[in-house]
Design a protein around this ligand. Structure first.
Ligand code: GDP
Ligand code: PGA
Ligand code: MN
Ligand code: MN
Length: 613
């Protein structure tokens, strides 16, 4: 195709390795045209997508998109990590030999972009010039224009990111082919979809979806799976599904940094966008660094553990986002932000969007409103309780639109980490917060994170399951070496971060209400954790960690009953003893788990056995 060479010339794409990669896949996918994209093309691509009916106007420079109705969440079952080394097979990484997966994907992608444009999206995960820069470069090929628009918001996109590289062949080769979505047969034995990371070749091949989590390859496939594998293979870093925040104490004149893992749709974005409760707002500010991915390494200059967010945008859960729960999120998708809403309800007449929890009741006048599938609400039978928006509907916006974005969010140096937290939706057992000061016990705690699965993945909503460090869907190498990598990276830091397990989701067993009010109030346990690290509070020791006393938590103005408060600040020893048996079985699945992790397990179990009930 002479046209490819013209596209290279026009865009200034000179890297011969990128050119070769593009030619190769243009040949396989049979795309009719090739177009090289930079962020500056956004305006034109938006106009083209509007004209083509791929997106719709959502008022004042914002947009609405709808994905194929069966294609609305990540598919864990169809996601595979492939390498040429069978020793890379773990429990959760769905390992397959690359000799099997690569030809299979090539066959599926053959001719599958016929008639379409193949967009070439050179991108960078992480701010330019970071210590992990070499691992951050990638090129996504995609035959979907809406995917390009999302990529421009979620990653740094432009030809400059693949030019002048120290090693011009070192970039992640990512290929996304949409395929015939109605023919995909989701969840049946004939399911055609495959989302494969060929980790030892730094190649990502995703076929059969245009939903963000499956199709934005910079984010999850590169930023998490590939990065975790690269960190392991190089021995240099960790790639984790973590939020990353700064908490500034204006009175003391200092800022702490906390990162931490919560399974998808369990509160990372809300925590990163947190507005302090009114009573604390004069003294503290929370700064957003990242809400879904952190890369962690030890900085040789000061010996501390550092973290950075490789992303450039936010792909947030819409459900329950409102002025009270998360005003920051609403502002970040306000007029002029270029935000894209996906799979929410939409009114083409007024260009408004709505989702469950946006307001207590849906718009009273249903005229013009379409549900997330595009069907008129007015056509629904009387009393229908079908949600208007999909539970995993999302908003996409760039970091610069986030009102509490940290002033130094683009600094390639990253930030030193004071605390690492784990949490999830756990309806009983897990207290509001329990702090852990020992590295092996902290890693053990992450490995035994147990939570309810959410609608962010297909077909598992509500299931209680273990989700190590919240990385279960993103694991790319076996759990034993993964635990060892954690001990090795964090253990090399001169100043150890404090660990904690948090839970905003404990429920009343009778009526199901959340015992802890959550959202803005979550700052209080985090402040307590930082004070504990500084030694200005002591908490009280329990077999599963240090818990705050009521006095230490500073609960002025918190809306919680004394009984609920007591529950979230106590340990049910019997329930925990039962849990230890489940944990034992969970950990026994993993080969080569470091002895330090088993020792931590035994210490916690012994402490529970000798505890008073
Ligand atoms: P993420 O996918 O981990 O980034 O999670 P989000 O921050 O997007 O939150 C997912 C869902 O959990 C949203 O519907 C939130 O409104 C809800 N959520 C977040 N934080 C809290 C909290 O502290 N308490 C309660 N009850 N819900 C929360
Ligand atoms: P989430 O991000 O963790 O904010 O839900 C997307 C995902 O993990 O699929
Ligand atoms: Mn995530
Ligand atoms: Mn999120």
């Amino acid at each position: 195709m002479a046209d490819i060479e013209t596209a290279f010339e026009h865009s200034g794409l000179g890297n011969p390795h990128v050119r070769e990669f593009v030619r190769h896949w243009a040949g396989i996918t049979g795309a009719a045209r090739v177009e090289v994209v930079s962020a500056a093309d956004d305006g034109r691509l938006i106009e083209e997508a509007l004209a083509a009916g791929e997106i719709f106007p959502a008022g004042e420079g914002r947009y609405y998109s709808r994905s194929y109705p069966k294609d609305t969440a990540r598919s864990e079952e169809r996601t595979i990590v492939a390498t040429s080394n069978p020793a890379d097979k773990g429990v959760y990484d769905n390992w397959r030999p690359s000799s099997e997966m690569k030809p299979l994907l090539e066959r599926q992608m053959s001719g599958a972009s016929a008639g379409k444009t193949m967009y070439v999206v050179p991108y960078l995960m992480a701010p330019p010039g970071s210590p992990l820069h070499a691992y951050a470069v990638g090129v996504e090929l995609t035959d979907s224009r809406p995917v390009v628009l999302h990529m421009i918001r979620m990653a740094r996109v432009g030809v400059e990111h693949v030019e002048g590289l120290e090693d011009p062949s070192m970039f992640v080769r990512a290929v996304h082919v949409t395929g015939d979505l109605p023919a995909m047969q989701h969840g049946t034995p004939d399911d055609q979809r495959y989302f494969v990371t060929v980790a030892d070749e730094r190649t990502i091949l995703h076929y059969g979806s245009s939903y963000g989590g499956n199709a934005l390859l910079g984010k999850i496939a590169h930023g998490l799976r590939q990065a975790a594998y690269d960190g392991y293979a190089s021995g240099k870093f960790l790639g984790e599904q973590f939020m990353l925040i700064g908490i500034e104490d204006r009175v003391a004149g200092r800022t702490w940094h906390i990162c931490g893992g919560f399974p998808s749709a369990s509160g990372k974005t809300n925590l990163a966008m947190m507005l302090p409760p009114d009573a604390l707002g004069d003294r503290y500010r929370v700064f957003f660094y990242g809400d879904d991915i952190a890369w962690l390494w030890v900085n040789p200059d000061d010996g501390r553990l550092y973290g950075l967010n490789p992303e450039f945008g936010v792909f947030g859960v819409a459900k329950d986002t409102n002025e009270k729960t998360n005003p920051t999120a609403l502002e970040s998708v306000g007029p002029g932000t270029g935000a894209i809403f996906t799979n929410v309800a939409y009114n083409p007449d007024t260009q408004e969007v709505w989702w469950e929890g946006r307001t207590p009741e849906p718009p009273a006048d249903v005229a013009g409103w379409l549900d997330w599938k595009g069907e008129p609400i007015a056509d629904r039978p009387e009393g229908s309780t079908e949600p208007w928006s999909h539970p995993n509907s999302r908003f996409t916006t760039t970091l610069a639109n986030v009102p509490n974005i940290a002033p130094d969010y683009e600094s390639p140096a990253g930030v030193p980490i004071d605390g690492i937290i784990f949490g999830g939706r756990t309806r009983d057992r897990e207290p509001l917060i329990r702090a852990i000061t020992d590295l092996a016990e902290g890693v053990y705690d992450g490995l035994t994170l147990g939570a309810e699965a959410t609608f962010a993945a297909e077909g598992v909503d509500g299931q209680l399951r273990y989700d190590p460090m919240s990385m279960r869907p993103f694991m790319s190498y076996p759990e034993g070496p993964y635990a060892a990598q954690w001990l090795s990276i964090v253990g090399a830091a001169s100043e150890q971060p404090i660990f904690a397990h948090v839970n905003w989701f404990q429920r009343d067993p009778e009526d199901g209400h959340f015992l802890w009010p959550g959202y803005r109030e979550n700052l209080r346990p985090l402040l307590w954790l930082m004070r504990l690290k500084d030694g200005t509070v002591t908490g009280r020791s329990t077999p599963v960690g240090i818990l705050p006393t009521e006095e230490e938590l500073d609960l002025e103005g918190v809306d919680i009953t004394p009984a609920d408060l007591e529950t979230v600040l106590s340990i049910d020893v019997e329930r925990w003893r039962q849990e230890m048996g489940f944990r034992q079985a969970h950990l026994e699945q993993f080969d080569g788990l470091p002895e330090a992790i088993w020792a931590a397990h035994r210490r916690v179990a012994a402490a529970l056995e000798s505890a008073d009930v």
